[in-house]
Design a protein around this ligand. Structure first.
Ligand code: NAD
Ligand code: ZN
Length: 360
């Protein structure tokens, strides 16, 4: 048995308004006046001077606004890296991602690809990155994915949707300022928040569970229940608790694995472009037989927040298309092994997956 030696984010600042300390945090990391900080910012904030006016820019520092309408692609990472190299005199001092999982993953991937040769797709997998990344900072503006704490950056490439999992992927610094999440629309808040809830259910009910994962998972699950089911919390408390739930949920799966919902959601995402949060919700809604208690509570949360999920998204798919989704899902061996144990292949069939997809 060989145990994972997992790198953690070495620095984190937490608190409302902590975003204002960004300038102090970055200053000592500036390598030279020709080595700028590049801020990758969700373009939802483009008109939001409340946030953008507080991004500390000096010398050649730049903001690149990026849409989060689609999940990150390897080609997009390569284009960004090229754009940055062409427009800077020296290698950047740092990459700062401001946004949800999409922007956080882009920031991690760009930081890696600035110091590693070739294309991003070459590094999709486990431990393929050779050189340490450029200093990179993650500043989440929506809570749930755990991307702020994880060792991966999930990218869709030409042939697969797979993360760059490496010891160089985690952020060097994370800023947890829950105030930045205050304007997230309710639906999106629910979808991304449920990503965290589903991380907890899949980790806590998996065969990979251990005391490390359980301790973080228990805390994250308790926080999720408070956030999504309690009537006692203020808006600020909700935002702070969900931010910490996301962190703990990410830590929980770092040392275990996700499960059936994530495997099937990757299939939806690959074929239909369904985004991670909503895709997980669409799948999880149909997984009573795998996670009976978790799904029951999920349905209560859905009702409480008046969420209606899209229906019939697989209704018109051909057999070939369904097969593609099933292939993508079944390819994620560790997820199935975690969910169903070593004999998982005996417990899940293509027919079963097809039936499930057709219900969605
Ligand atoms: P996202 O980044 O895709 O953003 C979702 C939507 O919320 C976008 O429209 C965005 O513009 C909007 N938004 C974000 N912050 C906002 C704010 N403060 N106010 C108003 N609108 C705001 O959402 P996500 O669910 O956080 O991330 C999903 C991505 O994360 C997927 O690409 C998925 O693959 C990835 N992911 C990564 C990991 C990891 O460990 N690296 C884990 C889970 C998911
Ligand atoms: Zn997830």
């Amino acid at each position: 048995m060989s145990y994972k030696n997992f790198p953690m984010v070495p620095r984190v600042i937490f608190g409302r308004g902590s975003f204002n300390q960004l300038s102090d945090i970055l200053a000592p990391k500036r390598l030279s006046i020709n080595a700028p900080f590049i801020f990758l910012v969700d373009d939802v904030f483009k008109a939001d001077t409340w946030l953008t006016s507080r991004i500390p820019l000096s010398y050649e520092d730049k903001i690149l606004y990026i849409s989060a309408n689609e999940e990150p692609k390897t080609e997009q990472v390569d284009d960004l890296v090229e754009e940055i190299i062409l427009n800077t005199k020296e290698r950047p001092s740092g990459i700062i991602g401001i946004g949800g999982g999409t922007l956080l993953d882009l920031a991690k991937a760009v930081a890696i690809m600035l110091t590693n040769e070739g294309e991003a797709k070459d590094y999709q997998g486990w431990d393929l990155v050779k050189n340490p990344a450029v200093y990179h900072v993650g500043i989440p503006t929506i809570s749930g994915t755990g991307a702020e704490v994880s060792r991966t950056t999930v990218l869709t490439g030409p042939s697969k949707k797979l993360g760059i999992n490496s010891d160089f992927t985690p952020f060097d610094q994370v800023v947890l300022d829950s105030e930045l999440t205050k304007n997230v629309p309710t639906d999106q808040w629910f979808y991304t928040g449920m990503d965290c809830y589903i991380h907890c259910i899949e980790s806590l009910n998996g065969t990979y569970l251990n005391a490390f994962s359980q301790s973080y998972g228990d805390i994250a699950l308790t926080l999720c229940k408070e956030v999504f089911l309690s009537d006692e919390l203020s808006k600020t408390e909700i935002q702070e608790k969900l931010m910490m739930a996301s962190w703990h949920g990410g830590m929980s799966i770092a040392y275990s694995q996700v499960g059936v919902a994530h495997a099937m959601s990757y299939g939806l995402s690959y074929l239909l472009g369904t985004k991670h949060g909503i895709g997980n919700c669409i799948v999880f809604d149909h997984l009573e037989e795998f996670y009976p208690e978790g799904v029951k509570l999920f349905k209560e949360m859905k009702i409480k927040h008046n969420i209606s999920l899209p229906k019939g998204i697989c209704a018109d798919l051909s057999d070939d298309q369904l097969d593609t989704m099933i292939d993508i899902a079944l390819d994620l061996v560790p997820l199935w092994e975690n969910a169903l144990g070593k004999n998982w292949q005996k417990k899940i069939t293509r027919k079963k997956l097809k039936e499930l997809y057709q219900k969605m």
